[in-house]
Design a protein around this ligand. Structure first.
Ligand code: FBP
Length: 271
């Protein structure tokens, strides 16, 4: 990481990346319970919430919708794969950094699958992207997800800590890792990443308070924030979850206090 670059996306050292590359990564199935969110305008509207440090999307969404939302900071995912692909994990580049900068990206995102038989290609491709991002003074977030034929278990504390360390070694400003199952294990990953910022991946939608408790534990463990998708936009009232996350991530509020934001306010009839 380059000292100072990460601060372009953080508030007092923390951030929430609203992840919405799922249309490519997971396909329409991810929208079954919230079909209205297939409309990217709903997501760009959501990304104007104060809690959101930036919105992670692929270039198609950025090209189409960013011109109408100049107030949204877009983290452009420069590679990606569909769920239809069933080979050894690999994520081909979908956008150059020059093009991302041209269309107004505020940051660059890239996935590497450490442990995949195609890791060498991905690391080489990421290295070129990271250096190009430096030329444009854009922060870089690495999605570092260990998976592939040699990886038996993708979320052990050691595997996730290794994934976090790889972000520091490859020069990412933020390294997004999967939740390794406990705050202690996440703390181990934070230690392994040293001065590089670790972001916790949100994962599939869970219950409200349970998710906020996990986030509280992650903040206590030293992560710089979250990159979260489904646990926000798959909810009926995603802005309420962002209200709650804002308190936990930026204000160190306990989960049970922040969870009050998820309750309907009877007096205003806002339910
Ligand atoms: P979620 O918070 O919904 O888990 O999103 C985080 C994310 O990294 C997305 O950016 C990406 O589309 C997805 O998870 C990939 O997850 P996986 O490869 O495990 O399906």
């Amino acid at each position: 990481m380059r000292p100072g670059t990460a601060s372009q996306l953080t508030r007092d050292g923390r951030t929430i990346v609203l992840a919405h590359d799922h249309g490519l990564e997971h396909g329409p199935e991810g929208f079954t319970e919230v079909p209205e969110r297939l409309d990217p305008e709903q997501i760009f509207d959501l990304a104007t919430h104060d809690a959101v440090g930036c919105l992670a999307v692929q270039k198609g969404l950025a090209e189409t919708y960013l011109p109408s939302y100049p107030e949204v900071d877009v983290l452009l995912k420069c590679n990606g794969t569909s769920n239809l692909w069933s080979g050894e994990p690999y994520s081909p580049q979908t956008c150059s950094v020059d093009y991302a900068a041209d269309i107004g990206a505020a940051a660059i995102g890239y996935t590497v699958y450490p442990g995949s038989n195609r890791e060498c290609e991905m690391v080489e491709e990421f290295s070129a992207v990271q250096e190009a991002a430096r030329e444009h003074d854009l922060p870089v977030a690495l999605w570092s997800y260990a998976r592939g034929q040699p990886i038996k278990r993708t979320r052990t504390p050691e595997t996730v800590a290794y994934a976090a360390r790889i972000g520091l070694e490859l020069g990412a400003d933020f390294t997004k890792v999967k939740y390794p199952g406990s705050a202690d294990a996440l703390g181990h990953a934070v230690d392994a990443a040293a001065d590089a910022n670790v972001l916790m991946s949100g994962g599939s939608k869970t219950d409200d308070v349970g998710f906020l408790e996990t986030v509280e534990g992650a903040i206590d463990a030293g992560v710089a924030g979250l990159a979260v998708g489904r646990n926000v936009w798959q909810r009926e009232r995603p802005e309420r979850m962002l209200d709650a996350l804002e308190q936990v991530v930026y204000e160190d509020a306990p989960a049970e206090v922040a969870a009050e934001s998820l309750r309907p306010v009877a007096a205003s009839g806002d339910d």
